[in-house]
Design a protein around this ligand. Structure first.
Ligand SMILES: *Cc1c(COP(=O)(O)O)cnc(C)c1O
Length: 284
C-alpha cells in the first residue's frame, strides 16, 4: 500500500499543504480507506459478510461496497426508507454501491433505532459490523499509518486539519501525533455532539482543536458560500468534497494564520450528486 503524496497550494494568499488521500482509489479513498485499513488487510477467508448502516449517499457505504467487492464478502447495508427518485438516480454513491453488489435493506422509520441497536447483538461468526461512518475502534490502525506517513514526511508545519463527521479520523490522528495541533470542524451537528461521538471511542487529547463556524450549517444542505469556496478551491487544481471540506476551509481561513497540512478526506465521488442539487437550487 503506497504512501499518499503531499501537494502545496496557494489559497487567499496563504500556503497550505494537502495530504492527497483523495488519490488512493476512486471509491476507496480518503479517510474511509484509512478507517477500513485493518479490514482491507484481513484475508478474504476470515470474513464473509460486512454489516453497516447509515445514509443512502454515504461515502463510508461506497468504500465498504468497494472493499466487499474486492474481498468477495457480502455487504448488508441498512437505512431508513429511501425516496424513489434517489433509487432511480444513475449517479452518486448509492448507484455505484448497488452496482458493486451491496444488499440494501430499508427499515421503517419507527423501528430503525432499535433495529440498528439489535444488529450488534446478533452477529454470527464471519460477520463484522462497521458502525455508521466507520466509527470503529479498528479504525485506529489505519489512522496510525496515516500519522506515520505525516511524521516521516518532515513537513514544515506543526498544524494539521481534517473535517469531522463522527470525529474518528481527527481523534485518532490527534492521539497518534501529539506533537501536532489537529484542527477539525463539526460537519454533522455541533461541537458538543462531536465531542460525545469522539468520547465514545477515546478520551479527547488536548492537541485536538474544534473550530466552529459562526453560522450554523445543516449537513448535506446546499449553501451559496460553500459552492463559492468549492469553486475557489478548484482553482488550486485539487477537487474537494462538498459536504465536509467547505466548512473546514472556511474555519481555517477565518480562524487560523499559520501554514496547515490539510488531510484530504476524499468524498469527491459524492460531488456529482451534490452538484445536481446545487443546480436545482439555482446556486450554479
Ligand atoms: C466520512 C468523511 C468525513 C468524516 O470523517 P470522520 O472520521 O467520520 O470524522 C470527512 N470528510 C469526508 C470527505 C468524508 O467522506
Amino acid at each position: 500500500m503506497n504512501v499518499s503524496a503531499i501537494s502545496k497550494i496557494k489559497l487567499e494568499g496563504r500556503e497550505f499543504f494537502i495530504k492527497r488521500d483523495d488519490l488512493i482509489d476512486p471509491y476507496l479513498a480518503g479517510n474511509k480507506y484509512r478507517k477500513l485499513y485493518k479490514l482491507l488487510k484481513t484475508p478474504p477467508n476470515k470474513l464473509n459478510k460486512i454489516i453497516s448502516y447509515g445514509g443512502t449517499q454515504s461515502n463510508a457505504m461506497l468504500a465498504i461496497a468497494a472493499m466487499c467487492k474486492n474481498k468477495g464478502w457480502e455487504f448488508d447495508y441498512y437505512t431508513k426508507p429511501q425516496s424513489k427518485t434517489q433509487k432511480t438516480l444513475d449517479i452518486g454513491n448509492y448507484f455505484h454501491s448497488i452496482e458493486m453488489g451491496m444488499n440494501h435493506i430499508e427499515i421503517d422509520e419507527s423501528l430503525y433505532k432499535n433495529y440498528i441497536a439489535s444488529l450488534s447483538l446478533n452477529t454470527n461468526a464471519g460477520e463484522f459490523i462497521v458502525h455508521q461512518g466507520g466509527a470503529i475502534i479498528e479504525a485506529r490502525e489505519g489512522i496510525e499509518v496515516l500519522a506515520k506517513e505525516i511524521r516521516e514526511s518532515s513537513i514544515e508545519t506543526r498544524s494539521i486539519a481534517t473535517p469531522s463527521g463522527t470525529g474518528t479520523t481527527a481523534l485518532f490522528l490527534a492521539l497518534a501525533l501529539k506533537e501536532f495541533k489537529v484542527y477539525t470542524t463539526p460537519c454533522i451537528g455541533d461541537a458538543i455532539y462531536l465531542r460525545s461521538q469522539m468520547q465514545a471511542l477515546h478520551e479527547i487529547p488536548d492537541n485536538l482543536i474544534i473550530l466552529e463556524s459562526k453560522k450554523k450549517y445543516h449537513f448535506a444542505k446546499p449553501y451559496r458560500e460553500f459552492i463559492d469556496l468549492h469553486k475557489k478551491l478548484l482553482t488550486t487544481g485539487i477537487e474537494f468534497d462538498l459536504l465536509y471540506a467547505p466548512s473546514l476551509w472556511e474555519a481555517l481561513l477565518s480562524q487560523t494564520k499559520e501554514r496547515v497540512l490539510y488531510v484530504h478526506s476524499g468524498g469527491v465521488s459524492g460531488n456529482e450528486n451534490m452538484l445536481t442539487r446545487y443546480k436545482k437550487k439555482g446556486f450554479i
